[in-house]
Design a protein around this ligand. Structure first.
Ligand code: GDP
Ligand code: MN
Length: 387
């Protein structure tokens, strides 16, 4: 789950990472109230989960109530890269001497935590990586050992952060690492991490992504769930309790088990197609779950074919088949289904589908995963065949 900047800053504050005082507003009047409370000058910041808000005009400095009014009115309702601004964060403006970049993520391949630090912050880190890769210090951290204060300080030195900011940066990195680990983040990023004229180092922006698997031990995350930004498909999937991730391809995917679902995405790619989603209906899925899965896929306008890939173990073929028949009876599917049904009770399943008398151009059965993928991609690509 991705957090808004203001939520990320509130999360940072739990771990003593210094942030500017401020408050949330959803109306112009509230923005003024928050500015009065924070003290002028303030920065009025659009809260959308996309970078480059500054460039898009979503971040403005205001010296008095009149300016807050003007900027808040302009920014509320603004469209930033397809995200409509509904929330503002108003905070005491900071004086900036320098802008740095710091983040912690998990490097899955290395099975270690990864610190990235750069003296070139404020701009997209991808741009820094492209133009001047040496300007980014990367430090792998063994999760068992953690990050020592000395190693954090040394990273700042290696990143050529000026002497007077090294202690402050090292200190914040230590706190950010604790936030990342104890706070169960997938990503904890500060860009920019600023050096103020008085020598204080401070988080001016916050990008935090929480690891949903750890939700059970974080009752404090409940409030973030209320503002979670999901697209229509993801919203419906959540309501129906499905493990769904929206993608932007044209082959809708339903599989049982995360591993098989991932393989299905791979094989679709391999034969020249693009997946519209990841959807794992889990083990022991029944007819209801299958029908719900079809419902969700059907809300996706990009879907041109639906590839159902089931290898029955606990999941039984006849339940899957019943679900498909039920789903077809409930909703007018926008795309034909290509199914590969194998494993437990697959024969019974195929018979149920046959007996239902579904037209041959609406449901196509294929014996193997590869055959089914080829057929689904052929349909999705407008019968163009393999790429
Ligand atoms: P982003 O563009 O979405 O990453 O938004 P940021 O919160 O990172 O802000 C973008 C830029 O606006 C920063 O890099 C700063 O240069 C500037 N900015 C944001 N807050 C302040 C502030 O309090 N004072 C000053 N002087 N500049 C700010
Ligand atoms: Mn930023």
């Amino acid at each position: 789950m991705d957090l808004f900047e203001y939520q990320g800053k509130q999360y940072f504050a739990r771990y003593d990472i210094p942030v500017s005082p401020g408050g949330v507003a959803t109306t112009v009047d509230e923005a003024v109230e928050q500015a009065e409370a924070a003290g002028y000058p303030v920065v009025v910041k659009a809260q959308v989960q996309v970078g480059g808000r500054g460039k898009a005009g979503g971040i403005k400095l205001a010296n008095d109530a009149a300016e807050v009014r003007e900027h808040a009115a302009n920014i509320l309702g603004m469209d930033i890269k397809g995200h409509t601004v509904e929330i503002l964060w108003v905070e005491l403006a900071s004086d900036i001497d320098e802008e740095y970049y710091g983040s912690f993520t998990l490097d899955r391949a290395a099975k270690q935590h990864l610190l990235m630090l750069s003296a070139q912050g404020g701009i997209d880190i991808e741009d820094v990586a492209a133009k001047d890769p040496d300007a980014i210090v990367k430090l792998h951290i063994n999760p068992v050992d953690g990050l020592s204060a000395e190693a954090a300080r040394q990273a700042a030195v290696d990143a050529r952060i000026p002497e007077r900011a090294v202690d402050g940066v090292g200190d914040i990195l230590g706190k950010l690492y604790r936030c990342f680990v104890d706070g169960d983040c997938d990503l904890a990023e500060i860009n920019p991490l600023i050096l103020k004229p008085d020598g204080e180092v401070h988080a001016l922006d916050a990008k935090v992504s929480l690891d949903d698997n750890a939700e059970f031990r974080h009752p404090e995350w409940e409030e973030y769930g209320k503002t979670e930004v999901l697209d229509d498909r993801e919203q419906l999937a959540k309501e129906k309790d499905l493990t769904y991730i929206g993608l932007d391809g044209s082959v809708g995917i339903i599989a049982n088990g995360a591993g098989l679902a991932m393989s299905t995405l791979d094989v679709v790619n391999q034969v020249g197609g693009t997946a519209a989603n990841f959807l794992d209906i889990g083990g022991g899925a029944n007819a209801d779950v299958m029908a719900a899965a079809l419902d969700v896929i059907n809300t996706d306008e990009n879907v041109k074919s639906i590839f159902i890939n089931i290898f029955g173990g606990i999941t039984r073929g006849e339940e899957v088949a019943k679900g498909i028949v039920e789903g077809l009876g409930r909703v007018e599917l926008r795309a034909p289904i290509v199914i590969r049904l194998d494993g437990t009770n697959a024969e019974e399943g195929r018979q149920i589908i046959l007996d239902a008398g579904i037209p041959a151009d609406r449901l196509i059965s294929k014996p193997t995963m590869l055959d089914a993928a080829r057929e689904a991609v052929r349909i999705a690509n407008g019968n163009g065949g393999e790429a």
